[in-house]
Design a protein around this ligand. Structure first.
Ligand code: AN0
Ligand code: CP
Length: 315
């Protein structure tokens, strides 16, 4: 592995999941691998889990982690080439990425979608610019179009909890008062497509994800029908992709409730967190034994750790 920018950077998903689960049993066994190495973490957006679990993963591998809240503390970066920089931006990513590469052995970046400029978001301007100018591996901690560390976490969690060889996994859209990116859903679909699961996506009409990412995946507009017999229900809101970044009116009828979970095969509830209670999912579901959310958050450490391990081994 050279970089971890998307699910495409995983050679063999089931194999990586197995390795992560093995690592979880003895997380400190590779302490010397990262000794004297530094992970640089750049945040253009807020985070709880990604920030702490990725630092923890680095520590487990013997690495040091340095963290910068770029969004609030960094110079405003320029990404376009040849610009006369007499406006808001103070520093070009060309210098920034080379400079950071001198301090760090791996650079991890969180840079959410703007949700205003579909073309720029799809081009992954921030992530791709860092990849272009950095001289060390780059890790995606949620970019405009993907959250591959979360997706790997979810694949690990499903593997740990599945009771049959090929479980039914439903990705169910949920309401949310703020426009959110499609990143989490995109990477979830991408990784599940490479796993031995029966994947069904359910969402109201108008919330179709990027058709390139859902090619060949079953989309069921009837949520209750989709949930029938599900072994895992991963719930997530995203804003419209076709009417880019917009919230289309749906009311609260898509919220996950005990009545809906009752349609499943004693299915497990999943959410990447943070979650808005009684908007995305009711208290009863989130507080039930069916919820895997806390276990998912724990697995973030081992997803990050197996990725950092692969990158360290390659360098
Ligand atoms: C972000 C999102 O939906 O992309 C981060 C999720 C991990 N969620 C929010 O901003 C609430
Ligand atoms: N799931 C996730 O990425 O959480 P944070 O946004 O808190 O890092």
């Amino acid at each position: 592995m050279k970089n971890y920018l998307s699910i495409k950077d995983i050679q063999n998903v089931p194999e990586l999941v197995t390795e992560a689960i093995a690592l979880k049993k003895d997380p400190l066994q590779y302490q010397s691998l990262g000794s004297e190495k530094t992970l640089g973490m750049l945040f253009f957006n807020p985070s709880l889990r990604t920030r702490l679990s990725t630092q923890k993963a680095a520590f487990n591998l013997g690495m040091h982690a340095i963290v910068m809240n770029f969004g609030s503390e960094g110079w405003v970066l320029e990404y376009e080439d040849g610009t006369v920089m007499d406006q808001g931006s103070s520093e070009h990513v060309k210098e920034a990425a080379q400079v950071i590469s001198q301090y760090c052995d791996i650079i991890a970046i969180r840079a959410f979608a703007s949700l205003t400029d579909k073309e720029k978001d799809n081009a992954e301007v921030v992530l791709e610019s860092f990849k272009k100018y950095a001289t060390v591996p780059v890790v995606n901690m949620e970019s405009a179009t993907g959250h591959p560390l979360q997706a790997l976490t979810d694949a690990i969690t499903i593997e740990e909890n599945k009771k049959i060889k090929r479980p039914k996994v439903v990705l169910s859209w949920a309401p949310h008062p703020k426009a959110l990116p499609q990143a989490v859903a995109n990477s979830f679909v991408e990784i599940m497509s490479q796993n031995d699961v029966n994947l069904v996506i359910t969402h109201p009409e108008g919330y179709e994800l990027d058709p390139e990412k859902t090619e060949g995946v079953t989309i069921e507009y009837d949520q209750e029908k989709a949930l029938e017999g599900a072994d895992f229900v991963s719930v997530k809101n995203w804003s419209s992709y076709t009417k880019y970044g917009q919230i289309l009116e749906t009311g609260s009828s898509w919220m996950m409730t005990p009545e809906k979970m009752a349609l499943t095969n004693q299915g497990k509830f999943m959410h990447c967190l943070p979650v808005r209670r009684n908007v995305v999912v009711s208290d009863e579901v989130l507080d039930s034994d069916q919820s895997l959310t806390i276990q998912q958050a724990n697995n973030r450490t081992f997803a990050a750790q197996i990725v950092l391990k692969k990158l360290l081994e390659n360098s």
